[in-house]
Ligand binder design. Structure first.
Ligand code: GDP
Ligand code: GDP
Ligand code: MG
Length: 382
């Protein structure tokens, strides 16, 4: 009996580590953990050979390595070109919208009814009523002027229109140290949109690009929230500053984190905040306070509003209220893998006048990408 169990355990380990190496993790590295929790981990150095099967299995399970002072720090693939790598996932979620539009536009006769149908598809994809109308008017004019024929031409026309609607704003993230002060990033949004996950993924990407990062657990509402952040931190090689008790003042934790970030000279401090309903005035005031208190220490370089793409129009309402309380500098649109309503990118940028800077395409540590309009459109249109 024990034999059978042992063989099954070995088989499962072998399978999971094999899959891990083959499909998930092109590069990985290990470093020795810092001796004391107050110092930051050194940059990971790539080393393929050393990791044993149990270590890799543990890493896959998302648990930080706890063996005597050795923390397994995973090394992510470079962040450049991420969106292209995640293209298949985008194509899966948004592809039906793209093919519906292409089919309609390829009809022999583009009559009013067809144009209405095109508008409907856009509205169903959460593009928004006004932008949908504008897009259809634009396309109509172009088709008339250019006398478009053939599927390839139709596709180019639609591609240009979508890219135009997505705009060419500056989507760069200010995460570089300036004048000796770390960049400060504040992650805000309602409950469950993916703030904590995004902090973890972003920290991982920055560390992969060679930066040092400190996390601030300003979600003091539940201890589990700080634990979740700290687990991410340990996985990616970032220390987490957290309160020593539940219900501590989130502004003071954020202040502590930024102070420590300045002292230890990290490149970026990323502050996770509690999810708050945009309809609760007290909670929104608290968020304003977090930002003001941090600014006594260092300027806040990015306020990233995390929106769940599956929540549609409600996300737009949230965006409006958050933008009033803290100057939102960028949108993170999560869960684009789980909805065909990618048109929300256009709607939300229009609503806030703030660019979508990052998109979340899954729950995995590398499922976050800088938003790239051309790659996005190409994934939709196939
Ligand atoms: P928070 O309450 O805003 O901090 O949200 P969390 O970061 O705790 O995430 C809530 C849930 O959404 C978790 O189960 C995450 O794994 C999941 N999640 C976050 N981002 C994405 C994404 O881009 N795609 C998918 N499918 N799930 C996500
Ligand atoms: P009321 O239910 O209308 O009286 O509003 P409250 O302000 O008392 O809170 C409503 C809900 O919001 C409570 O059940 C809490 O779980 C939640 N809540 C209150 N404060 C916070 C906070 O700082 N962060 C988070 N995430 N939730 C909160
Ligand atoms: Mg959270």
């Amino acid at each position: 009996m024990e034999y059978v169990i042992l063989i099954i355990v070995i088989a499962v380990l072998a399978l999971s580590t094999g899959g891990w190496l083959l499909f998930v993790r092109p590069r990985r590295g290990r470093v020795s953990a810092p001796p004391a929790p107050s110092s930051l981990p050194a940059k990971a150095t790539p080393s393929q050979a050393g990791a044993t099967a149990p270590e890799q299995a543990a890493a896959e399970a998302g648990k930080p390595q706890a063996t005597a002072g050795v923390i397994e720090v995973e090394r992510p693939p470079p962040s450049a070109g991420r969106m292209v790598r995640l293209r298949a996932r985008l194509a899966r979620s948004q592809g039906s919208v793209g093919s519906a539009l292409l089919n309609l536009l390829s009809r022999d006769r583009l009559d009013d009814e067809t144009w209405d149908e095109i508008e409907e598809v856009l509205i169903t994809a959460d593009v928004g009523v006004v932008p949908a109308r504008l897009m259809v008017d634009d396309l109509k004019t172009k088709v008339k002027v250019l006398g478009v024929r053939g599927p390839a031409e139709v596709k180019n026309l639609l591609r240009d229109e979508l890219i135009y609607q997505l705009g060419d704003e500056d989507r760069s993230l200010r995460t570089a140290k300036h004048n000796g002060t770390p960049a400060v990033v504040l992650m805000v949004g309602v409950n469950g949109t993916g703030k904590t996950t995004t902090v973890g993924k972003l920290a991982r990407a920055l560390i992969g690009d060679g930066e040092t990062v400190l996390l601030g657990a300003a979600d003091t509402f539940r201890a589990a929230a700080a634990d979740q952040l700290q687990t991410w931190g340990e996985r990616v090689g970032a220390k987490t500053v957290r309160a020593d008790r539940d219900g501590a003042d989130p502004a003071s934790v954020a202040f502590e984190a930024v102070s420590e970030g300045i002292e230890t000279g990290v490149d970026a401090v990323i502050i996770d905040t509690a999810g708050r309903l945009h309809t609760k005035v007290g909670l929104m005031d608290e968020l304003g306070k977090v930002k003001r208190v941090v600014e006594k220490k260092a300027p806040v370089d990015e306020v990233l509003l995390v929106l769940d793409a599956t929540t549609g129009q409600n996300g737009l309402r949230q965006a409006r209220v958050f933008a009033e309380v803290v100057d939102v500098t960028g949108i993170v649109l999560t869960k684009l893998d789980g909805t065909a309503k990618g048109g929300i990118v256009i709607a939300v940028q229009r609503e806030l006048g703030v660019p979508v800077k990052l998109v979340g395409l899954g729950e995995g540590p590398d499922d976050l990408a800088p938003f790239d309009p051309a790659a996005f459109v190409d994934a939709i249109l196939g």
